[in-house]
Design a protein around this ligand. Sequence first.
Ligand SMILES: Nc1ncnc2c1ncn2[C@@H]1O[C@H](COP(=O)(O)OP(=O)(O)OP(=O)(O)O)[C@@H](O)[C@H]1O
Ligand SMILES: [Mg+2]
Length: 220
Amino acid sequence: MSQTVLKLNDIVKKYQDGESERVILNHINLEVHEGEFVAIVGPSGCGKSTLLNIAGMMLSSDHGDITLCGEKVSALPKKKWTDIRKENIGFIFQNHQLLPYLKAGEQLTALLGTNPQEVKKLFKELSIDNIIGQYPSHLSGGERQRVAIARAFASNAKLILADEPTASLDSKRGRHAVEMIQMEVHKRNKAAIMVTHDERVLDLADKIYRMEDGQLTQIK
Ligand SMILES: Nc1ncnc2c1ncn2[C@@H]1O[C@H](COP(=O)(O)OP(=O)(O)OP(=O)(O)O)[C@@H](O)[C@H]1O
Ligand SMILES: [Mg+2]
């Protein structure tokens, strides 16, 4: 029986919209196991990034709890969240957050202590080995995205969260990047959630959920 890496239990998130309140996440439950690659699809604005940010402990929910590798992390004080995130979660953001003052390779070596050989190998697999010494401001959107992917892999995080990882990539590179996420999950027994609008990579996911009206429905 494979271990549950992430469990979201009865998650609710509301935003104030002028006078009224908008329920973005309406009692969401989700479990992701070791070796499982989950995709979430749904219309723009339905709350996919919000859900991923809550799962990644970047944002708190109004109700419900989060269990990560058997520990109920949502119950821990906020000041511990950063450490939990660093240790357990590799996040590939929709707007790929790289540190502007670190070169591409240093985003892994300096931040995570990855050895340069490993960085080279990862960058080569993602076809960005030519930009290891470049600062993010000198990279294209697609190159930045792949550095963010490499960084998520290099951390030994058990959970990978990817918010539209193919958004700035052409279809061939986009598919390759998602294939790499799939391989990382299956080979190293990690768990991943990918939010995507890209129908062409959905076949790579083990399970697919559609998000609508604040709820998830499994469609594969
Ligand atoms: N800080 C905030 N305050 C108020 N409303 C917010 C806030 N953040 C997000 N929202 C609203 O919550 C809804 C869900 O946003 P979210 O970013 O999760 O959507 P999404 O499904 O990721 O969309 P997309 O596919 O366009 O990335 C949107 O309508 C957005 O306007
Ligand atoms: Mg989004």
